[in-house]
Design a protein around this ligand. Sequence first.
Ligand code: ADP
Ligand code: TRP
Length: 322
Amino acid sequence: MARVLSGIQPSGTLHIGNYFGMMKPMIEFQDKSDLFCFIVNYHAMTSLHERDELKKNTINAAIDFLTLGLDPDKCYFWVQSDIPEVAELSWILSCHTSMGLLERSHSYKDKTSKGIVPTAGLFTYPVLMAADILLFNADLVPVGKDQKQHLEITRDIAERFNNTYGEVFVLPEPYISEELAVIPGIDGQKMSKSYGNTIDIFDSEDVLKKKIMKIVTDSTPVEDPKDPDKCNVFALYKLFAPADKLEYTKERYLKGGTGYGQFKKELVELVSEYFKPYREKRKLYESDPEEVRRILKKGAEKTRAVAMKTLEKVREATGIKY
Ligand code: ADP
Ligand code: TRP
């Protein structure tokens, strides 16, 4: 059975881009793979330096996963910092990573151009991510398209390491579903916490409505035909609508006579219905954060045994174990 692994940063509130791009595929993987799913709080520290915010986001990300169906008995589920072995592996890998490889990182350039302080941690972010993946011998890593280069960097590091010391690491493959690759936000750019254009999974009904009504569309008059494939509303609509409804809506776009306002109203309903069953469940976890911490600590214990085994191999292969 393939080992599937992915992590998400607790750097803000999770949105529907995160849900369809990463969380939902991960939750589906728990029944058909050996699944490793975690919350990467060390990575979030590259952009978040507020103690209470980091704590709150970490617990909230865990609550979101549990609420949306991740079952900690069917997978490995933990918080990155509960497994200190990853920091040790990250150091060892950093000694086998050329500066040039990291200097070519798009993500580093994007983030610094957006005003994130260029710390050493931000620069070596891909090395820590490689450690996350290699520590657990992952075969497949489901992520959005923006993470593809990070996977290439991971493979480069692993290959170079294996060439030096023998076959220690498994080379992971990215798993990117093309149709879910980039989910647009309300301004039509990639939906992202850092662009302030998100629709959050658990936005209240009011906020949801306001945000959807603000989605950017062109100015085609109500009566004219519209191109669904160029419409930000439709791009989200198709994530939520069942096949028959989707077909019908597509026809209404092409025929004309329906305005974007109407499509937006229908989208509000679809999104709201979709997440409704989870709202009550979320409240239960929210009211008992101690139980969530207990689940995470137990998950870390189970996962740590796997990490220690790989690290021992690395220590032996490199001569750190003397
Ligand atoms: P953000 O851009 O909001 O900071 P992250 O970079 O933390 O999101 O992404 C977490 C995961 O969710 C990654 O696997 C990423 O590829 C996926 N993801 C984020 N935004 C989108 C999007 N708009 N469409 C598809 N997947 C996304
Ligand atoms: N860099 C990823 C992101 O921003 C998060 C991440 C950290 C990750 N470690 C990982 C994803 C390991 C997959 C595997 O989304």
